[in-house]
Design a protein around this ligand. Structure first.
Ligand code: 13P
Length: 339
């Protein structure tokens, strides 16, 4: 097995998933101001270091996605952040896109940028310890959107990114996110996600990507946030698995969902339901940002000097999601915060 194929498997090994702690400074500032903490480099590091040094990392987190600022920071004891992550048996990764811009030709939609100079940046991140990367494309659902232009241009950028990453011997996470915003029903989400995935894999094959050395980070198939359609978790799981079976090639070793605005419990429960019926060879796991950090951040903001309770909350969330990768999560376990 090649090195990248091995890394991809470790990132989503049974019982483990990925912590997406790669919020850009702008997004992190919004998250911190929502809990009335000033967004300084020191405070952003303090929160992240609290999570990365918790016990939950060892058993449940196979990889951590970092942001450019964090991968270059040092802990209070002088270790680099990638060293801290590696010490707990997890793999450091890095977000390498430079965010979304208006898509010229269809300005209500978005295109992800960051290909210029990427080869050089990847070499630098590899030296800093990163072994996998992330690139996120976003698609909005409405009567008109996503357009063919947005589906094609984002898939093309994702494939060019993935080729450069594999050239540098790192694993690319392919993240095409169909947003939850809107009042569409679950069938519409299925239809759009299907089109997006189909085009992504067409482009990835065209660019000669070794799919065994990639991880897919998709959205679950969900009704829009403002929809009257309140699909049950069993329906969400059925539709999500059906879509993956149909449009994701078998060579892909792992699928790690984004949480995308689901509550912490919804994200865990839905993943658990998907794994209950998973009859594929895919390792199906999580790559959550908000759904792993929200409660921890809220608690941390009450006393940023006290790590203990924040870590306890993060350990619990990690454990609950870890259990859901093997369909072993229950609502009763959810109530027993012990970590
Ligand atoms: P959420 O789980 O909060 O959607 O974040 C995942 C992510 O990495 C988005 O790019």
């Amino acid at each position: 097995m090649s090195e990248i194929e091995n890394i991809a498997k470790q990132m989503v090994a049974k019982g483990k998933g990925i912590l997406a702690a790669d919020e850009s400074t702008g997004t992190m500032t919004k998250r911190l101001s929502s809990v009335h903490v000033e967004s300084t480099p020191e405070n952003r590091l303090k929160f992240r270091e609290t999570l990365f040094s918790s016990e939950g990392m060892k058993n449940y987190i196979g990889g951590v996605i970092l942001y450019d600022e964090t991968i270059k920071q040092k802990t209070s004891s002088g270790k680099t952040i990638p060293e801290l992550i590696k010490n707990s048996g997890s793999i450091p990764g890095i977000k390498v896109d430079s965010g979304v811009k208006k898509l010229a030709g269809s300005p209500d939609e978005k295109i992800t940028e960051g290909l210029d100079g990427l080869r050089e940046r990847l070499a630098e991140y590899y030296k800093l310890g990163a072994r996998f990367t992330k690139w996120r494309a976003v698609y909005n659902i409405s009567d008109k959107y996503p357009s063919e232009l947005s589906i094609k241009s984002n898939a093309h950028a994702l494939a060019r990114y993935a080729a450069l990453v594999q050239e540098t011997k790192m694993v690319p996470i392919i993240e095409p996110e169909v947003l939850m915003d809107g009042n569409h029903n679950i069938n519409k989400c299925y239809e759009v996600t299907a089109k997006v995935l189909k085009e992504c894999y067409r482009e990835l094959k065209l660019h000669n990507i070794n799919l065994k050395g990639t991880i897919l980070k998709p959205n679950m198939i969900l009704p829009g946030k403002d929809s009257k359609d309140k699909s049950k978790t069993s329906e969400i799981a059925k539709m999500t698995l059906k879509c993956l079976k149909e449009y994701v090639p078998n060579e892909v070793p792992g699928i790690a969902f984004l949480s995308g605005g689901q509550t912490e419990i919804e994200a865990t429960q839905n993943l658990n339901e998907i794994n209950k019926i998973n009859d594929t060879s895919f390792l199906i796991s999580f790559s959550y940002g908000r759904a792993l950090q929200q409660s921890a951040l809220k608690n941390w903001s009450k006393n940023i000097k006290d790590k203990t309770i924040t870590q306890k909350i993060f350990n619990h969330r990690s454990k609950m999601n870890g259990l859901s990768t093997s369909a072993k999560w229950t609502m009763d376990l959810e109530k027993q915060i012990s970590a």
